[in-house]
Design a protein around this ligand. Sequence first.
Ligand code: ATP
Length: 199
Amino acid sequence: MEARRVGIFGGSFDPVHNAHVALARLALAHLALDRVVWIPAGQPWQKARRLAPAEHRLAMVRAAVADEPRFEVDDCEIRRAGPSYTLDTVKELRERWPGVQEWFLILGQDQYAALSTWHGWRELLQCVTLAVAGREGCEPAQPEALRSVPHRLHTLPLPPLPVSSTLVRQRRAAGLDIVALVPPAVASYIDCHRLYLTE
Ligand code: ATP
């Protein structure tokens, strides 16, 4: 792999939606990344809710990113047994691609705010540069726990996008249209596999 500047974009992607795609595209452009690696989580250890089967979430991410050659999808967290820790993923990717000069961790403000609850977060901050987008109009704000811990941070000027996977699932379960919230290929996939018909 020739890439020097690589973004890591993890999430449960249950399902992937338009704000995910907008955020990853913005990171590519804003940070001049060579590549963004999308990593659907296996068992998100902080989410109590049962997720849609990993093979569906993975297939939907693949469908959503198919038209951007700098997007790559990696199933390492799905294949790995046990909880999905981002630190393990970063270490695995660094071993696989030792030529990368800078790793960026792309995330929304909600995840940035919760970062100090992540497994091995201090070590993680030494391994990556954070690329944080505000969510639904709120500017990224530095969480209290991170104030005294030096870390590299870029903010991504993402316009407010009132989309979440929760909203997609809720609308679908209520029999409402989701075509404005997800890429067309993802809407077809959800229809075809009759996903999210109940909450
Ligand atoms: P859920 O509603 O199920 O909690 P979600 O929409 O937050 O899901 P995730 O897969 O958990 O989606 O998110 C993956 C990453 O994308 C996280 O870093 C999250 O902050 C970010 N993200 C998701 N939606 C947005 C949005 N509308 N604006 C900015 N960042 C977002």
